[in-house]
Design a protein around this ligand. Sequence first.
Ligand SMILES: [Zn+2]
Length: 296
Amino acid sequence: MRSLGARVLGLLLGSSACGAHEIEPTRDAEPAVVAKQDPAIAEVRALLAGERRELLGDPGAAEQEILALGEPEVSDDLLLSLPGSHGRSVGANGERLAIPDGGRSIGVPEGGVLEGGIQLPFDPAAYTRRDATRSYATTQTLRTIQGAFAVLREERGVQAEVVIGDISLPRGGSFPPHVSHTSGRDIDVRLILAPGLDRTTLPASAELVDWDATWSLVHSFLETGHVTYVFLDFERQAHLRDAAARAGVHARVLDRWFQFPYATNVEAIVRHEPGHRAHLHIRLSCDGQGPRCQGA
Ligand SMILES: [Zn+2]
C-alpha cells in the first residue's frame, strides 16, 4: 500500500494510470475556492501545510549541499567593479565567449552521458558558477544559458547575483545527490536572494527570495523556447506566479506555465518536485542537443 506521501506525490506529479484530467480554470476563482472544490487538491494542500517532511523528505540537507558557496571565484572588490554592480547593463559593450560546437546530449537525463562536454564560461557579470567542475554542458545548453542571461541583464536589467549550481560532470553520468543531470541539459539555479542578504545565504524560506528578479530569470529562460520543465516546490510556485502576474503575464498563460494552484495540472512547465525549495531546476528539451538525445 502506498503511503500518503507517495499518493500525494503521485497526484502532484501526475500518474498516467490516473489519467491527466484537465481542470478548466475559472477566470475569477481564487485558488482557495478551487481547492475546496477538489478533495484531492485539498489533500495536497493539507500535506504541504502540515506534513511537509513526509512529502519532501529532507530536501534542506541536499539543497545545502548543492547550493553552498565555497570559495568565491572572484573577490568582492572585483564583483563590485563589474558593470552589473553599478546599474549599467552588463555586456552591452562587451563580447561573450563564443560557445564551440560539438557538445551533445546522449540518452535520457536520468541515465545518459555528455559527449564533448563544454565548461560553462567564467562570466561573473552574468552568473556565478558555484562549482566549475560540475558546470559542463552541451553546446545548445550553454548557448541557451548565454541567451537567457543576456536578456536578463541587458533587457530586463536585473543586477542581482545569480548562482548557477550543478549542470553536469565533464563527461556526464550520474553524481550525488542528483537523479538526473547526467546528459548536460539540467541546470540548477539558486533562487535570487532578496536585496541586502549575505550572498552565501541559502534561500530556505520565501521571504529570503527576490521573486520579481527570479521571475525575470525564469521568463528569460522560458522565452528561449528550449525549456521543458522548471522544477520548483508547489508552495514556492505561488510566489513565483504572483511575481509573473505583477510582470503582466496573462492569467491564461500562467495557467499553462504553472502547476500552481492546480495540483493536477500535469502539463505545466513549472512543476513540483521534492527538494526544490531554494533552487530551480531547469530542464532543456532535446531540440538542438544532438540526434541521440532522449526523453522529455
Ligand atoms: Zn537539479
